[in-house]
Design a protein around this ligand. Structure first.
Ligand SMILES: [Fe+2]
Length: 451
């Protein structure tokens, strides 16, 4: 999908285009005039009039374009900019989608018995309808119950109403979706999306080539280079989530280090839930026979790194997170599950097999990995089957004798050539067997580990 901001169009591209066309026209007319003069014809005053008229037209048209800019949104058609995706928020689902203009948000559930239940996004008793990204939190049983279906509904918010009433326009209704919760089977599969960063088209091609079933989508961070606009969030998080899940299976969301960058980075944390019941970016969660421990290690630099100008506090966050992971180890709940897996955007073993704390950063020349050793040790003691990671943009199963688990790197966009994307589907079966299937935007499918 191609996105362009209407204000940007009216303020920059359109005036620049008018000026360029005028300069070109000026030189063509001047050349014709000179040629006419060479032929002994007298048309110079006429040429001057044309040039002045052209100049006045350029200034007038540019002023009109700039004057229209504040109302540019009104020129866009009201439509869905993404299909819905269902994010697992632990004790509930968050259904998230986007529209091209501000609109109201509602999810309509048709139950197996024929009842219609509508859940709206509202707070303090009134709908939240001045926004393009919509999130409606609903009770899990409404989607999980066999035979139920849902669709999303948005009504365009018109701003021309008086102070005493709201005015709404067209209502959009999506198609109906049947949701499939993760079942209790010993065979379980999940599909990873991460490290998109400008490779949205390549990711869409990759998703279209997946020919295996999977039960949920694991979103492992770095969806954008930075969160500069709502369009960034829509095209790189919501659209990929809806494509990969088809609105029919849950998405489990984790942040990457790039979700810390850009003016809207806090919006990303507000909009997209993790399964954490305490609202943290780290969590434990279970799906059937799978116990999943998700971590968010922040940026993989120390707090004195120049990029955050003294505003980062990652070390304290990792300290707190490691204390929590120690409590997960002691609670031993993971022992009740067939599969015990860790997930973190930043790996703990590099693609070349080095432990994270042994790498020297090419930007700051310091060693990465504050607390990495502690996380490696605790995960080893928990006996995780594997740590699933992103960040490196490689696909490999990295191992190091200091860790009792392998670290799967699942892929991402090729940063040199963003038309190429690859990612991995993980299949678990038989209690302790796993298989990785890597798909690329070129159409390659590689089944590469079986044990
Ligand atoms: Fe990253």
């Amino acid at each position: 999908m191609f996105y362009i901001d209407s204000k940007f169009l009216l303020l920059t591209i359109l005036p620049a285009g008018i000026i360029l066309a005028s300069v070109l026209a000026y030189f063509i007319i001047r050349k014709l005039a000179l040629r006419a003069e060479g032929n002994g014809k007298e048309i110079k005053p006429k040429f001057k009039k044309i040039a002045v008229a052209l100049l006045i037209s350029v200034v007038a048209l540019s002023c009109v374009a700039i004057g229209f800019a504040p109302f540019a949104d009104n020129l866009k058609a009201f439509k869905f900019e993404s299909a819905p995706a269902v994010f697992d928020a632990g004790d509930r689902y968050a259904v998230i989608w986007a529209t091209s203009k501000d609109a109201s948000s509602a999810v309509e559930i048709k139950t197996a018995s024929g009842e219609t239940i509508t859940v709206k996004d509202d707070t303090v008793g009134i709908g939240n309808f001045f926004k393009r990204i919509h999130r409606v939190d609903i009770d899990k049983s409404l989607l999980d119950t066999l035979g139920n279906s849902y669709r999303v509904i948005s009504r365009e918010t018109l701003k021309k109403g008086s102070n005493y009433y709201y005015d709404f326009g067209k209502e959009l209704k999506s198609k109906s979706y049947s949701f499939k919760p993760v079942n209790d089977s010993e065979n379980l599969a999940f599909f990873v999306i991460s490290d998109i960063q400008g490779g949205e088209k390549a990711l869409a091609k990759t998703i279209a080539r997946v020919d295996e079933n999977y039960d949920f989508v694991l979103m492992l961070g770095d969806y954008n280079d930075k969160q500069a606009s709502y369009n960034d969030i829509i095209k790189s998080i919501i659209v990929p989530a809806s494509l990969a899940s088809r609105g029919e299976i849950p998405c489990v969301f984790l942040l990457g280090n790039h979700e810390l960058k850009g003016a809207l980075s806090k919006e990303v944390q507000r909009i997209f839930p993790t399964p954490s019941l305490s609202g943290e970016q780290y969590f434990t969660y279970s799906y059937g026979q799978l116990f999943l421990t998700g971590l968010f290690l922040g940026d993989n630099h120390n707090d004195n790194f120049h990029r955050y100008s003294g505003e980062s506090n990652f070390e304290a966050y990792r300290d707190k997170q490691h204390l929590w992971l120690e409590s997960v180890l002691l609670a031993e709940e993971y022992k009740n599950y067939t599969y015990n897996i860790g997930a973190s955007h930043i790996p703990l073993i590099s693609a070349t097999g080095l432990l994270l704390q042994n790498q020297t950063c090419h930007e700051c020349k310091l060693t990465h990995g504050y607390k990495a050793e502690d996380f490696q040790k605790t995960f080893s003691e928990m006996g995780i089957l594997m740590l699933v990671s992103a960040h490196s943009h490689f696909v490999t199963l990295a191992e190091n004798e200091a860790c009792a688990f392998p670290n799967l790197h699942t892929g991402g966009v090729n940063k040199m050539k963003r038309s190429f994307y690859q990612t991995t589907l993980v299949k678990l079966s038989g209690g302790d067997s796993y298989e990785f299937i890597t798909y690329t935007s070129r159409g390659d499918k590689t089944v590469w580990v079986e044990n």
